[in-house]
Design a protein around this ligand. Structure first.
Ligand code: NAP
Ligand code: HSE
Length: 428
């Protein structure tokens, strides 16, 4: 057997402990598969004395992850701390400067600094691998950059935040409101330290930006992702969408258009019998479309100790086997800066309106839609509640611009009681 692959692991939380466990428990299997042992040399976390449920006594301890990253006796720096700035960024940069390969689960770091880090790493002859950063245990980075390397990618879509999918599917199943489920997700430990990263769509947006870079050969551009979270999704919308044959998902979509790169992460309606519509709980799903392969659907756990550590180990094993690849699937120096394009691809929309219960109210609304060129496909009015008529409309395909024009005109009508809700219906 050849020399061991020597790791320094910074971060001993959920993912770090999971990774240490796999390396300890499956040492023989990993060595057989890699053709060499995988060895942890040193570890780092904030608090040395915390009980972590795993034996760390055989490893050197470093208080400072930067010092860990620079150690002469490690080959790979495994960054499992998190955060786009501070220690994670400093230590990753230090590792690259010291000529170490890097494995990370940190989507925030790469979404904000991925291109600069990739340039630095490739200049230094180092790898940065990040399978665990997108969709937890699903090997979507490998599928996209290796399995589909012979395709021009036409579209990438997915549900990539388990917490949001958990909240939305529990709202549907239990008939509970958003706030109750947000609280429940917090109690179960699902929410990030800053919950807005989850429910604001930011975490999923980070993941989408990384997939877009690989899919379209572009520089990661998180700032260009059109973001909308799930905070304003009500139980009424969940119920009404279900009534019309849809489920609401926080859905990411990226595609290259003639106008530039569209990247959006927003609540959308999908058919309830589609694979995305059927996705329950914290599970993630990535849909990859290429000109030759047509469509691939990957489904699996998007978070958690075992699944995420499994993805970390996939990267460690590739490095141990000597498999090397540019960070985003093609040399970073050749990645182009895509013009960001607003999502203007026409789509059907779901509209929920609260109208005053008086003669001609509906006629005024339909007239406004007609004037904006928005055609109605289906419409349903529910029983009045406190003299408000809840009205649901599913439009034919229309542009967001035409719809916005109609919504703006509606806001000036004297029959609107509540702010209209407009959600895109995605064809999947
Ligand atoms: P976590 O449980 O909060 O653990 C973070 C670890 O990093 C802790 O051990 C912490 O030390 C250590 N740490 C934080 N700041 C540090 C610093 N300045 N110096 C040294 N150590 C520091 O986080 P996690 O859930 O394992 O997530 C780790 C990374 O994986 C993040 O980038 C996250 O986005 C990503 N990720 C997580 C999941 C998941 O399911 N959890 C899934 C996919 C990706 P202490 O323990 O001493 O506080
Ligand atoms: N907060 C993330 C989620 C963790 O809910 O999917 C995995 O990235």
């Amino acid at each position: 057997m050849t020399d061991p692959l020597r790791l320094g692991i910074a971060g001993l939380g959920t993912v770090g402990v999971g990774t240490v466990r796999i390396i300890r428990q499956k040492a023989k299997l990993l060595a057989a598969r890699a053709g060499r042992p995988i060895q942890i040399i040193a570890v780092s976390a904030r608090s040395r004395n915390k009980e972590r449920g795993v034996n760390l006594s055989g490893y050197a301890w470093e208080d400072d992850p930067v010092t860990l990253a620079q150690r002469d006796d490690i080959d790979v720096f495994v960054e499992l701390m998190g955060g786009s700035e501070g220690s994670a960024k400093d230590a990753t940069e230090a590792a690259i400067a010291a000529g170490k390969d890097v494995v990370t689960a940190n989507k925030a770091l790469l979404a904000h600094h991925g291109h600069a880090l990739a340039l630095a790493a490739e200049e230094a002859g180092c790898a940065i691998r990040f399978e665990a950063a997108v969709a937890g245990g699903i090997p979507v980075i490998k599928a996209l950059s290796e399995g589909l390397a012979g395709n021009e990618i036409t579209r990438v879509m997915g549900v990539m935040n388990g917490t949001c999918n958990y909240i939305l599917t529990r709202m549907q199943a239990e008939g509970l409101g958003y706030n109750a489920l947000f609280e429940e997700a917090g109690k179960l430990g699902y929410l990030e330290a800053d919950p807005n990263l989850d429910v604001g769509g930011i975490d999923a947006g980070h993941k989408l930006a990384l997939l877009a870079a690989i899919a379209f050969g572009t520089q990661v551009d998180f700032d260009a992702v059109e973001l909308e979270g799930i905070e304003n999704i009500t139980i009424e919308d969940i119920r009404h969408a279900a009534d019309m044959g849809y489920r609401i998902k926080l859905l990411g979509v990226c595609q290259m258009t003639g106008r530039g790169l569209e990247q959006r992460m927003s609540p959308c309606l999908v058919p309830d019998n589609s694979p995305l519509g059927q996705l329950e709980g914290g599970t993630n799903m990535c849909v990859l479309e290429g000109d030759n392969v047509e469509q691939i659907v990957l489904r699996g756990p998007g978070a958690g100790m075992g699944p995420t550590a499994s993805a970390v180990m996939a990267d460690v094993m590739d490095i141990a086997r000597g498999f090397r690849m540019p960070v985003f699937g093609q040399p970073a120096a050749g990645l182009v800066r895509a013009a960001p394009a607003r999502a203007v691809t026409p789509a059907p929309y779901y509209l929920r309106l609260g109208l005053e219960d008086k003669p001609g109210a509906l006629a005024k609304v339909t007239a406004v839609l007609g004037e904006a060129g928005v055609s109605i496909n289906r419409m349903r009015q529910y029983r009045h509640v406190d003299s408000t008529a809840p009205v649901l409309i599913v439009t034919h395909k229309t542009t967001r611009a035409a719809l916005d024009m109609a919504l703006e005109a509606m806001s000036r009508l004297d029959v609107m009681i509540a702010e209209p809700v407009a959600l895109r219906i995605e064809s999947v």
